[in-house]
Ligand binder design. Structure first.
Ligand SMILES: NC(=O)c1ccc[n+]([C@@H]2O[C@H](COP(=O)([O-])OP(=O)(O)OC[C@H]3O[C@@H](n4cnc5c(N)ncnc54)[C@H](OP(=O)(O)O)[C@@H]3O)[C@@H](O)[C@H]2O)c1
Length: 342
């Protein structure tokens, strides 16, 4: 997944103070390496997430084109907006930042980006889960294919899993609230709203897509389990084969009846490894209020990582929304710049 590179530190002499060495900003190092050749960048999708990324793209990247479904007036964005992907790829991008809804269109465009030799940064768990071959191809050709925002939104879930796996601690179990929309909806149901009202509120807040079924049915969380299992153990799971329970099938009284028993309904995603066997499921559970997942409110995400050796690690944060998700993608952008400059 993400390229996590450490920058070599200059050797310290005895006369030097013990303070950490000062590095020039990444942007300056990038400019020094490519004074006349910024990284040509296109952004596919300028909605909640893509729009947030475009606002904060760092200077060494030159934004050459944006892809959207609907045309925009000139000047609406800092680069031309095209509705034709050919026009976007004609700008010969070095980096494709993808924030489109999951599905075959995004999949085809990511395949095209990889075939064209671009670096890719994607927020798309659907394609990342189903097409590990694209990620392998990109990396085999020395390109970055990063998707930190695909799991956890602003919470660094994949980054923490990668670090734990690399430490040799051996991850045995992963248990989490991985879908901010469903968590938000379950909290609204508990507050007495109907499913329709709760979904509309999630859409108005920018968490839920126009079609929220992947969130409510647990497919989104299942895709995220696939990405975590790949990062933790290098295993390939098929998202379609993961057992799921849907919020759409909950009885109308379920959230209130959980509340009467001092419990809170949560969409709980679990991965377990015993020897060579990995199991995965996404279930609706009424959890005690003291459970870390029950304490995860609204669009929050929370993942409890249980290593084979050592203490549990809990990663929590905003699981959805413009600012946290864009920040996660921009973290990938900065790691890419660091990789290119090293
Ligand atoms: N929202 C979150 O909190 C969140 C968190 C983590 C990950 N993600 C992931 O990020 C991705 C984007 O989510 P989002 O919330 O930003 O979605 P969004 O607000 O609906 O934006 C989607 C963008 O894609 C464009 N688009 C859609 N279909 C297209 C097509 N066929 N051709 C060209 N452009 C097309 C839309 O164009 P128009 O603007 O013209 O409609 C829009 O700019 C998804 O994969 C989602 O799962 C989202």
């Amino acid at each position: 997944m993400t390229v996590l590179l450490s920058t070599p530190k200059p050797a310290r002499t005895r006369a030097e103070p013990a303070s950490p060495p000062v590095q020039p900003p990444l942007e300056a190092r990038f400019a020094a390496r490519w004074p006349t050749r910024p990284l040509r960048t296109v952004v596919l999708g300028c909605g909640v997430v893509g729009g947030g990324v475009i606002e904060r793209l760092p200077a060494p990247l030159a934004l050459t084109a944006i892809l959207a479904r609907r045309a925009r007036p000139e000047g609406a964005f800092p680069a031309p907006v095209f509705t034709d992907a050919d026009a976007v790829f004609a700008t010969r991008p070095d980096l494709v930042i993808e924030a489109l809804p999951g599905g075959p269109e995004a999949e085809a465009l990511l395949a095209r980006a990889v075939a064209q030799g671009c670096h890719v940064i994607s927020a798309n768990k659907d394609v990342a889960a189903r097409r590990p071959d694209l990620i392998r191809d990109a990396r085999a050709h020395g390109r970055v294919f990063a998707h930190s925002a695909a799991v956890g939104g602003g919470a660094p879930v994949l980054e923490t899993v990668a670090r734990l796996a690399a430490s040799g601690a051996g991850i045995a179990r992963v248990r989490g609230v991985l879908n901010g929309t469903s968590n938000f909806v379950l909290d609204r149901l508990r507050a007495g709203q109907s499913l329709g009202q709760a979904v509309a509120a999630a859409q108005a807040a920018g968490f839920a897509e126009a079609d929220p079924s992947a969130d409510l049915d647990g497919l989104d969380a299942a895709n995220k389990l696939v990405l975590i299992a790949r990062e933790a153990w290098g295993v390939s799971l098929d998202p379609a084969s993961i057992l799921r329970e849907s919020i759409s099938h909950l009885p109308a009284s379920a959230a209130a009846s959980a509340a009467r028993q001092s419990r809170r309904l949560r969409q709980v995603a679990v991965l377990e490894r015993a020897g060579a066997r990995v199991s995965a499921r996404v279930r609706l559970e009424a959890l005690a209020e003291t459970d870390a997942l029950a304490r995860t409110r609204d669009e929050g995400n929370c993942v409890v990582l249980s290593p084979q050796r050592g203490a549990q690690v809990i990663v929590a944060g905003k699981g959805a929304g413009r600012a946290p998700t864009a920040a996660s993608m921009l973290g990938d952008v900065h790691r890419l710049i660091a990789a290119v400059c090293s």
